[in-house]
Design a protein around this ligand. Sequence first.
Ligand SMILES: Nc1ncnc2c1ncn2[C@@H]1O[C@H](COP(=O)(O)OP(=O)(O)O)[C@@H](O)[C@H]1O
Ligand SMILES: [Mg+2]
Length: 585
Amino acid sequence: MKRWMQYVKPYMKYFILGPLCMIVEVLGEVLMPKLYSLIVKRAEENLVAETGDIWFVIGMAASMILVAVLMMLGGVGGAYFGAKASVNFGSDLRLDVYKKVQKFSFANIDKFRTGSLITRLTNDVTQLQNFVNMLLRMFLRTPGMLIGAVIMTVTISPKLALVLAISIPLLSALLFVVMKVGFPRFGAMQGKMDALNNTVGENFTNIRVVKSFVREDYEKEKFAAANDDLRSSAMRAMNIMILTQPVMMLVMNLTTLAVVWFGGNMVLGDTLPYSDFNALLTYINQILMSLMMVTMLFMNASRAAASAKRIGEVLDETPDINDDSAAHKDISVQHGAIEFKNVHFRYYKNSPDCVLKNINLNIRAGETLGVIGGTGSGKSTLVSLIPRLYDTDSGEVLIDGVNVRDYSLHALREGIGMVLQKNLLFSGTVAENLRWGDEDASLEDMRAAADSAQADIFIQGFSDGYEHEIERGGANVSGGQKQRLCIARALLKKPKILILDDSTSAVDTATEAKIREAFATTLKDSTKIIIAQRITSVMDADRILVLDDGKIAGLGTHADLMQSCAEYQEIYSLQMENKGVSANG
Ligand SMILES: Nc1ncnc2c1ncn2[C@@H]1O[C@H](COP(=O)(O)OP(=O)(O)O)[C@@H](O)[C@H]1O
Ligand SMILES: [Mg+2]
């Protein structure tokens, strides 16, 4: 509760004004039938006495108009303040959830999955926001109407009020059942929405792959399945609502029938004035209406509670990679010497096999280390431990002799330029994309970095050069161009450690060689780790690391490894004998 209060506090005045306005409306609603019955009563008396009393009627009519105007003002004010309060509540909450997700590590995101995070951020927050709105408009109004109408009924005819003693408990019991059954079903429904969003998200981000493999039909089926799942779980949840309405109507109609029956007899027997009977019917109706609204409120509450729980899970998740206990928050990466000490790592903490097994490795500052090995041998995993995209399970990773966990995350990542295997550009101009590496980079800085990455050549070829618009994900540049832009972006950071994870796979060998030559001058003192599939990409590195199934199979110069490392020899002979296979553009 405390959690949600922090989103209420800044808008307290709307949260108070809204319900207050609704009280004005409800007072009017309760008063109206009474005023009406007073006129009717007077008319009855006058009929008996046969004297006209027009001024009384006019006076009463005027008060009724006044009450109606006040009711309208209250209604409008209530809706206005209610909307203001709930929309602000929702947008603040959404922002906080978003900020929280930004702090998540890769492992945190793996745990929730992107689709689910999107549902929680959008749909779940909206559910909660709608509920807050409804609550503000109903929570004083409904009980107010209920209590007011019950009081009126009892004062008019305590005998007839007895009918309510049966129907109100009956309806309350119904309410309880609705809550009990509804909550888990709404939770399940939101879960299915996650699954759907996961499917949609994956398909839309990879739409080009889907099309090129002509997998639209398969994807359609996958979507249809997720959609069917959502439909049936939504129906299960909705069934409760659908069933509740007619049952409540039945109880309400029976109650009205009983009041008409008993009340009618009382009027005929002259124990109840007709005017009172008339007002009574209106009050009974109000009581039943407000019970109906309470039901709706509760049904929405069970839906909102399911959403609140899901939002809470995101807000409660501790980003498992943080620098709260870092011992040297003030230092930055100085030289870029890297050491792996007895490092073990696995993605799923319950899986028996480690992805990295007892890695011991020393990389000197300024060294160029090539990394080679089959797919799935753990190359990407190994380098992701350096900027703490993941943390080791045991053992430690040190930079310049300091555990990476002891740097502030900002300083650590500031010192490392990394081009991920699955690299991405954002929508925006070339320059905007490059400035991810350095916000204040001048055009000269950008050109220098792009030149080293062999990107300046083709950027100049765009009619608008560095102002050329890149589409989302870099869809309108070729694979090799995208890789070169990503390298330029990393170079702009002037990192002490540069990591290229298979980042030149789509660049031709001649251009790739030029990029490597440029590193030798522009990044002379930085440590360079270059993961590659092609042996030619790493052959002239200072040393080459050969990974095999999460273990170090060899480490040394090309000449060393050709002598001593069987795995390396195998890769070499495979690639050199089938040159055509490894070269691509
Ligand atoms: N995010 C992840 N979650 C779970 N398993 C992963 C993840 N990334 C990689 N793996 C697994 O870890 C192993 C090593 O992967 P990776 O380091 O990407 O290999 P490489 O880069 O050498 O091809 C593989 O078996 C892969 O399936
Ligand atoms: Mg990889």
